[in-house]
Unconditional design. Structure first.
Length: 197
C-alpha cells in the first residue's frame, strides 16, 4: 500500500518493489517488539550479485550470563587480514545476523577484511547495559583470537549502522577508558550518537 499522492512513475520495477515493501517500516514504532522483529526480518526483498568470499562461519562465544553468536566472513585470498567488527542496527530491539548478512558479505569482498557480525542480545529481554557488554565482549574475543582467525590483531576496526553505530562508538570509548586493545578505526553509518533529534 502506497502513501497517497506518492508518484513512482520514474522508478525502476526493482525500486518500486523496494519502496512498497519498506512502507511497513514507517509504522514500526507503533508495533510491539515481536511484530517489529517480524517486519524487520521479512524486510524488503533485496537481490545482489555478491562477489565470492572464502568462508562464512558462525561461532558461539561466552558472554556475561549467556552466549552470543558471531558470524565470521573471511576473504578469498591468503591473509592475514585486517578485521572489521560489525554491529547491526535495529534500535537495540530488532535486527540480527541475517538482516546484516548481505552488507557484511559485501564489505568482506570489497575491502579484503575479515568481517565479524555480532548478534548481541536485544531489549526488552536484555535491557541496557547488556547490548553494550556483549559488544565489548565480542571486541575483546576477536582481539584475543585474531591470529586463529587469520586476522591482524593490531588492525581491528569497529563498524555499525544506527544503534550498531552507537555500540561501535561505545566499544571504542570503553576500550580507551579500560586501557584495552587499540581500535584501528571507527566506521559509523548514521550512528545513534546524540539525543538532539
Amino acid at each position: 500500500m502506497m502513501k497517497r499522492g506518492m508518484n513512482m512513475s520514474g522508478l525502476s520495477k526493482e525500486a518500486k518493489l523496494f519502496v512498497e515493501n519498506a512502507v511497513p517500516l514507517r509504522t514500526l514504532h507503533q508495533k510491539n517488539y515481536e511484530e517489529a522483529r517480524e517486519i524487520m526480518a521479512a524486510g524488503a526483498p533485496f537481490e545482489a550479485e555478491l562477489d565470492p568470499i572464502g568462508n562464512i562461519v558462525d561461532e558461539t562465544i561466552k558472554v556475561d550470563k549467556g552466549e552470543i553468536t558471531l558470524r565470521i566472513y573471511t576473504p578469498k585470498s591468503e591473509g592475514p587480514f585486517p578485521i572489521i567488527i560489525y554491529y547491526h542496527g535495529g534500535g537495540w530491539v530488532t535486527g540480527d545476523l541475517n538482516t546484516s548478512h548481505i552488507s557484511c558479505q559485501m564489505i568482506c569482498a570489497k575491502t579484503e577484511h575479515i568481517v565479524i557480525s555480532v548478534d548481541y542480545r536485544l531489549a526488552p529481554e536484555y535491557p541496557f547495559p547488556v547490548p553494550v557488554q556483549d559488544a565489548y565482549a565480542a571486541f575483546t574475543w576477536v582481539h584475543e583470537n585474531a591470529k586463529e582467525l587469520n586476522g591482524i590483531q593490531t588492525n581491528i576496526s569497529v563498524c555499525g549502522d544506527s544503534s550498531g553505530g552507537n555500540l561501535a562508538t561505545v566499544t571504542a570509548i570503553a576500550t580507551r577508558e579500560n586501557k584495552g586493545p587499540k581500535i584501528n578505526a571507527q566506521i559509523l553509518i548514521y550512528p545513534v550518537t546524540d539525543l538532539t533529534m
